[in-house]
Structure formats: structure tokens, C-alpha cells
Design a protein around this ligand. Structure first.
Ligand code: GRF
Length: 194
């Protein structure tokens, strides 16, 4: 992981594909006095999203990268990361899978948030699966990104109770609130370990 030196802030990029509530929580965290990151860049594979609107409103640099060809898209992203001296990547609802090369090249300084208690329910439709399996708890996880999808080392998790009356939508709403609180905690944890 990247090293924190003194009061120096780590340059961070957030990758999104949509709504951007986790982006918002990372941005708000970056603005508090004791935060150890500076949010320099938002990468999105889609334009016209709430996340991009948010970044523009708060004057965070944005780069929309079309994914017609993964290799080309990643080259463009790497160029942009270098230009902005990015040391930490936070994936927040980014719906593209990064290549092994990209992950290696970025020396594993990539973290992701996932809406389940990993290792349970990797991939999509996590809330649906938790409800169908009658789980008492679900929740969210922030983990390091490794070559295997949703399988990197776990940094932090937050449990959320599944109610009898829950639909995937209602459960997802409560888990999202937990996610937004958890992401800054995870960032602080990974950076303070160094
Ligand atoms: C979150 O539920 C996150 O766990 C998942 O995608 C969603 C992104 O939400 N990977 P938002 O764009 O941050 O609001």
C-alpha cells in the first residue's frame, strides 16, 4: 500500500459508473481536517450520471472513458492517473472489471466497496440472494482489489439486519447508508497502517 508521510495527503481517484453516493461520502471525507486523502480525479465509463454531475458541481476533475475496447480504455485511464499523480484508487460502483495487468501495474493500491458480507455473494444481485436465502444479516464490505472478482483481502465490513418485510430495494437502501459511512473508515484504515 501507499505510504503516508507526515501531513502529506495521498492523491486519490474514484471510479464510478452511476449514482455516486459513495463518491459523495469520499469527497466529504477528503474535506475534513484530519483526512489523509486529496480527491483529485473521478473516472467514469458513462457520462450523464448523477456521479458525474456531483463531481462537476464540486469542481473535481472528471474523465469519462468509453469502454469500446478495454485495452484502449485502460491505457487512457493509466495516462490520466499518472498525469494526476494518483496513488490510491477507490472503486465505487464502477461496473467494469479491471484487467490483471492494470491491477498489477497499480501495485494493488485499489480498493472496492461491495454490497454484501464477502465472501458471501460475490458479483451482482446481492440483496436478492440474501433475502432468498433468509439470511438474518447482510451488509457491505470494503476490500482490496485482486485479480479474482470480489475476492481480495477484506479491510472492513458492516453488518445490516435483514427484516422479514425487506425487498431487495428496501434492503439496498439501508445497506447503501452503511456503505457511505464505511468507505471513509476503510480509507483511513488502509492509509494509517503504513
Ligand atoms: C453500491 O451499492 C456499491 O456497493 C456497488 O455499487 C453501488 C454504487 O452506488 N458496488 P453509488 O454509485 O456509490 O451510489
Amino acid at each position: 500500500m501507499v505510504k503516508l508521510i507526515g501531513n502529506y495527503k495521498i492523491n486519490c481517484a474514484v471510479f464510478i459508473s452511476g449514482r455516486g453516493t459513495n463518491l459523495k461520502s469520499i469527497y466529504e471525507y477528503s474535506k475534513i481536517k484530519k483526512s489523509n486523502i486529496s480527491l483529485k480525479l473521478v473516472i467514469s465509463n458513462k457520462s450523464n450520471t448523477l456521479g458525474i454531475d456531483f463531481a462537476r458541481k464540486y469542481k473535481i476533475k472528471t474523465q469519462v472513458v468509453r469502454y469500446k475496447n478495454k485495452n484502449e480504455a485502460e491505457k487512457k485511464i493509466i495516462k490520466c492517473l499518472k498525469k494526476n499523480n494518483i496513488k490510491l484508487i477507490c472503486l465505487a460502483g464502477f461496473m467494469k472489471i479491471l484487467s490483471k495487468n492494470f491491477i498489477k501495474r497499480f501495485k494493488y493500491n485499489i480498493i472496492n466497496i461491495h454490497p454484501s458480507l464477502l465472501p458471501k455473494y460475490k458479483g451482482l444481485n446481492t440483496h436478492d440472494r440474501a433475502i432468498k436465502n433468509k439470511d438474518k444479516y447482510s451488509g457491505c464490505t470494503v476490500h482490496y482489489v485482486s485479480e479474482k472478482l470480489d475476492s481480495g483481502k477484506i479491510i472492513v465490513q458492516k453488518k445490516v439486519k435483514v427484516l422479514k418485510s425487506d425487498t431487495p430495494q428496501s434492503l439496498s437502501k439501508r445497506i447503501l447508508i452503511a456503505e457511505n459511512k464505511l468507505y471513509p473508515i476503510a480509507i483511513r484504515k488502509v492509509l494509517s497502517k503504513n
